[in-house]
Design a protein around this ligand. Structure first.
Ligand SMILES: [Fe+2]
Ligand SMILES: [Fe+2]
Length: 286
């Protein structure tokens, strides 16, 4: 499928999606007033972003992206180089974006480290958005970021902007449009296809290297309809419910780790080099 320039990049930068999530789920003790300055023009671009996401993320679209990207034949890079590559994703046109990708990853991992969590949890913080390199392969923003949701069954009205699913052909599909669709009750998320984006892509890239809770955090960190709204309990099994404790634990680090003073990359480099070497091979295939 070919998309126009406007359809590929409805947002000034992919950070707009995260800012929208932050407004939807503000840090509990902070008042909404602090986010008011964000109320205006971005709202329209975020709306358009979700319209495209909800319209085009069909079951078939997901299968085609899996076939295209899970071959991991695009690029092979040392992980440190991959961070640099990801960081070319900065968007200077948006003055509200004060953090680059690398700083977001490092602030997330440092906040997790400061709370004394296991090293693989810290590593998860450092890696969790690496899948956003999809943008650098020319992928539409709505196929890289955005809330994720199961495909192949009915869309929950707890997903943000549910009205935009009207335009998704799966909504009227005789199977995909039903409550369970192609799935069985409590089949477990491992057999559920999620909308395509940076979460599933990175999960598939690192699934052989990290402990299971880390993999759940990576794979489902944008699945707000479940970890915040519990809209897909009917597909989860006992094991998923157990593992989602980790997904919930991870989410505030992702959303709210904004340190007043950015971490000093140089000072931290050797710690993170050792941590990466402990769990991951020297290069990753993208
Ligand atoms: Fe993310
Ligand atoms: Fe993130």
């Amino acid at each position: 499928m070919d998309f126009s320039k406007e359809e590929i990049a409805p947002l000034a930068s992919i950070e707009e999606w995260e800012q929208d999530v932050l407004q939807r789920y503000p840090e509990p003790h902070k008042s909404k007033d602090e986010f008011r300055n964000y109320e205006n023009p971005q709202r329209d671009t975020v709306r358009e972003f979700y319209r495209l996401n909800h319209t085009y993320q069909t079951f078939d679209f997901v299968q085609s992206k899996r076939a295209e990207f899970l071959k991991f034949d695009k690029k092979e890079m040392p992980i440190w180089e991959a961070f640099d590559f990801l960081n070319t994703l900065v968007d200077d046109s948006d003055p509200d974006i004060e953090l680059d990708q690398w700083q977001h990853l490092l602030q997330t991992s440092e906040a997790i480290r400061a709370d004394g969590h296991p090293d693989w949890f810290v590593l998860t913080g450092l890696l969790h958005d690496m899948g956003k390199v999809l943008c650098l392969f020319g992928e539409p923003q709505w196929a890289v970021v955005g809330d994720t949701f199961p495909v192949g069954c009915k869309h929950s009205d707890k997903i943000v902007y549910p009205e935009f699913f009207e335009a998704n052909p799966d909504t009227k599909h005789p199977i995909y449009g039903t409550e369970y669709g192609i799935y069985e009750p409590h089949c477990g998320l491992d057999s559920v296809y999620m909308s395509w984006g940076h979460d599933e892509y990175l999960y598939q890239m690192v699934k052989d290297y990290l402990p299971e809770p880390a993999l759940y955090m990576i794979r489902y960190h944008s699945f707000y309809a479940q970890h915040r709204e519990h809209a897909y309990e009917h597909l989860l099994n006992e094991h998923d419910r157990d593992m989602f404790k980790w997904v919930k634990l991870f989410n505030p680090y992702d959303l709210y780790s904004k340190a007043p003073v950015p971490p000093d990359t140089k000072a931290l480099k050797s710690y993170y080099e050792d941590l990466l070497a402990k769990y991951l091979p020297p290069t990753l295939k993208f």
